[in-house]
Structure formats: structure tokens, C-alpha cells
Write a protein that binds this ligand. Structure first.
Ligand SMILES: [Mg+2]
Ligand SMILES: [Zn+2]
Length: 248
């Protein structure tokens, strides 16, 4: 595996850890990672421009956390389902999304999307693109007073984590590691807000966009990537390396 030195601590060798593991568990962020565009922030930019800018300032100042930001942003937000669906049609999947899932199936690795986005959108995008995946994320439904008004709920807050998101990824990865102690955990993501705690928790993190410098700043090891095609290549190389180590 060609390892870039970016952010990697010199004596961390994921292949050695993988060689001692019984299986691989892959956790993958959705927005900007499994998909090209970020659904939530694109919607906010398109429909809630000014409110989004104001709220982002409040987030940056630490007045609201990531989930409170979502609540304030989307409370009372009206977007008829037909308009949402038309918007979701413009979301593209990463060119390696299907390949990554196929790789996981071939390598007995479990695959799960961890997202600080919403289940309604993930369900729609799966149907529309003919893909299927397990996921954990926040909840969105249209059963409010007004038929076109968003009703949202968090998927798994964690008061003891700094992420402040609706679905804390480190909490999910830690729970999984407890359940399957021999598993080698991989996290793939792109955002410093929703992916940082998960990336730090996993045995191996793949990072791009704002997540990469955030990990670098904290001297946390990670593998940089551009698309999920790169992730598949790097995982394949890592598995070969671990097999060679096992064979001695
Ligand atoms: Mg993301
Ligand atoms: Zn967290």
C-alpha cells in the first residue's frame, strides 16, 4: 500500500492491525462521500440562504451545536415532497460507490452508511439509484401539521462527544467494536463536523475535504482519497499486505 505521509503517525501500521483482525467493518459517510454533493447543505444554500449564513456564524461561535443548527435551520421548513424529489434527482453518487459495496461483499466486510443527514432522503436516493445499504442517520418525515413541512429528529445524540451532531459516529463505531471485538473498523468521510469523531475512533480513516486538515491538526493518522475508487484500491492493497504479514 502506498502510504502518503500526510497526517500519519510514524509507527502506526494498519496492515499489522488488520492481520490480527477477524473481519472488516466499513463505515461510510453519505453527503460528499458516498454522494458527490452534500444534500443538507445544498438544500440549505438553495432555499434557506440567509438563515443558513446567520446560523453558521452562531455555530462557529459555539452558541449552537451541529444538531441544534439543524433544528433551527429546518424548523418550520416547508418543501413539498415533489420539489424535494426533483432536488434529490440532481444528487450524484460517487463513481466508486457501487464498487466499494461490491468490494465489501467480496471481502466479507460489512458496509454501513453513517450520516448526519436524513433517512427520508437516503431511502429516496437508494430507490432512485438502484442501490441498497444499511444506514444510521437522523429522521425526517412529512407527517406534521402541514403536509409539506419537515419534521426532524436526531438519530443518536451523544452528550459526551464534542461533535454535537444528531448521529454521533464515534458512538456507533465504538458500540460495534464492543459487539465484534475482532473487527477492523474503517471510516470514510469528508467533513470536520460530522466525521471527525468517527475517523478518530476507527482503526483506519479515509479522509478528504475539511476532514483531512482537521485530522492533520490533531496529528491523527489517515489515508487521503479523492473518490471511493481510490478507497477500494487502498483497501485491496491493505488486505494483500495483511495477508502477506499473516503468511509470515
Ligand atoms: Mg459528508
Ligand atoms: Zn461524535
Amino acid at each position: 500500500m502506498t502510504r502518503s505521509s500526510e497526517g500519519l503517525t510514524p509507527n502506526y501500521d494498519p496492515a499489522a492491525k488488520l492481520a490480527e483482525s477477524t473481519c472488516i467493518t466499513v463505515f461510510c459517510d453519505f453527503d460528499g462521500t458516498y454522494s458527490v454533493q452534500d444534500v443538507g447543505s445544498s438544500i440549505a444554500r438553495k432555499y434557506l440562504g440567509e438563515r443558513r449564513t446567520e446560523l453558521w456564524d452562531r455555530y462557529e461561535q459555539g452558541i449552537v451545536d451541529a444538531w441544534e443548527y439543524n433544528v433551527e435551520l429546518f424548523t418550520g421548513f416547508k418543501l413539498p415532497p415533489a420539489d424535494l424529489h426533483a432536488f434529490l434527482e440532481t444528487i450524484d453518487l460517487d463513481p466508486g460507490a457501487r464498487e466499494l459495496q461490491a468490494w465489501c461483499a467480496d471481502n466479507n466486510a460489512s458496509f454501513r452508511i453513517l450520516s448526519d443527514g436524513f433517512d427520508y432522503n437516503l431511502d429516496w436516493l437508494q430507490r432512485h439509484n438502484g442501490v441498497t445499504f444499511d444506514y444510521m442517520c437522523n429522521h425526517l418525515e412529512y407527517t406534521g401539521v402541514a403536509a409539506d413541512e419537515w419534521q426532524i429528529a436526531p438519530g443518536g445524540r451523544n452528550a459526551s462527544c464534542d461533535c454535537g451532531t444528531g448521529t454521533c459516529k464515534s458512538q456507533i463505531i465504538r458500540a460495534q467494536s464492543k459487539q465484534r471485538p475482532g473487527a477492523f473498523t474503517v471510516h470514510i468521510g469528508n467533513g470536520r463536523v460530522s466525521d471527525l469523531c468517527g475517523a478518530i475512533e476507527a482503526d483506519l480513516a479515509f479522509a478528504k475535504d475539511t476532514l483531512a486538515p482537521a485530522l492533520q491538526e490533531r496529528k491523527q493518522p489517515f489515508e487521503p482519497f479523492e473518490t471511493l475508487v481510490d478507497v477500494v484500491d487502498q483497501l485491496s492493497a491493505l488486505v494483500s499486505e495483511a495477508q502477506a504479514l499473516r503468511a509470515g
